[in-house]
Unconditional design. Sequence first.
Length: 571
Amino acid sequence: MPSHSSAASSAEPTSTWWAWCAPALLAIAVYIPSLRNQFAYDDDVIVVTNTRIHHWSTLASALRVPYWYTSGHLYRPLTTLSLAIDWMRGGGSPVPFHAANILWNALVVALVARLALQWWTPVAALAAGVWFAIHPVHVEAVANVVGRSELLCAAALLAVAIVALRGTTMPDPGSPAEAETGTTNRPPAHTGRLVVIGILSAAAMASKEIGIAAPIVVWAASWLACNAGRSDTERHGARRAAWRATTAASLGVVLVLAVRISVLGRLAGDDPHPAFGAISAGHAVLLALASLPRAVGLVLAPQLPRNDYSPSDAALAHLDAGLIMCGIALVAGAIAAVALHARRPGPWTFVIIFATATLAPVSNLVIHTGVVIAERTMYSPSVAYALAMGVATAALWQQRARFPLALAGAVAAVAIFFTETSIPAWHDTHAAVAAMRNRAPDSYRGYYLLAGQEAESGRTAAAHKDYRAAIDRFSHDPMLLYHGAIDALRSGDTATAARWLAGSVGADSNFVRARTALIMLELHHGDSTAARALLVDGLRLDPGERMWRTMLGNMAPAPAAPPAPPAPPQP
């Protein structure tokens, strides 16, 4: 492996342009079919019905409201701005959105190859870019419009890493440059470079929450100047420069976080996946640990995307102990990599830290997110996989190892096949939901969302069947239980509706619509005692709910309890 100084200089010649340009062109070719896609799934809320991003006059207000403006969740102003520009550029056509996603993905692919050029040969960089371009785990991020947040965030994180790495180049001790000048060379810490680092870090945070990893990425990149072989004076200067760069990145992230808190009123800003609400805090940690190996496996072994990985009731009740142990090992390995990088920084420890830092915010180990596992969240962490595969492929090519190269070619062919066959799964909402149900039959969300579509089209029987299939798989999603109950009421199945409404209230005691519907159903059945208990409990949780207070006031007073029998005489 080349030394840091020699590798950094090898990234400079313009003759290596093909190493990053060719993979970028391949990425464009791979995703050209996505131009046929329409708006799908979350695109409908984030883009189509978000009228604030449809006109320049309302764009300022769009940047001052949550990303999920209908529910007050998340804050991604740079992503919102990017989507607004596409809408106004194309008049609402989905083509500019998908074209922009294709180009942003191509830029990320080029940056992956450019990052590899910092340490490895152009052939390794080319291979790394190719592996990243064809990986099927990226399909959702590229082929679905709102995957833009992943693309923008990854581009900013890779760019800030490259900028930070450029400040780590120092001539080796005793090199001609140092002998000629007679001075000690230190990593440059020019104000302009620090400003660029701060801006790119803020851009990452303004694109998606994974951007909070920017200071860690910058630290790990800058810390490479503290490698062995430097004098104590040089290492001291390198450490100071690394901390200045890390501070600049932190300031950029904190600035966006401050605006985020002012908009959302909180830091996290997302509702946790219902699975985390169905289990204890300790069990939730075990679920997160068990999910880590599965998420990493999506990157390490290219496979057909499933669109959803929500756990079933059975999976929650019986978490795989082997997966939990693997999750613990992954966490321990990440901590060890950070410790090793602090002592003896090198390219591979940096790569591991990049993957860890971008996976940690969505790992559910600290903050529970809206997904347990999602392919789109593997977009940035998969950079490490691409770099490792690129270096391995280049080594096999240099050794002319025919059989391993043929095997790598077969894996690449499978990856391309999975990618190309998965792009149409995001053609529109119906295609996305159908793929979710067909590819993940053990997950409840495909059945749930398909049932909603069937209910809207008047196919009540089919909707009721799919609602039941969804609830049979996972019975702790309050929205699923509520919508299933409403559909059951339309079918005249009041017993099932009452059971599902009770489950919805049990899963979320603050769910006003479910509680109100259950109260009215109990009154319809003539059970005023149960209705009164629901009203009293609801008003205890939300004293300001006027409708409940009116309903309770209109109910007949509860019958007085019979007097207690007199105590028996004492002997």
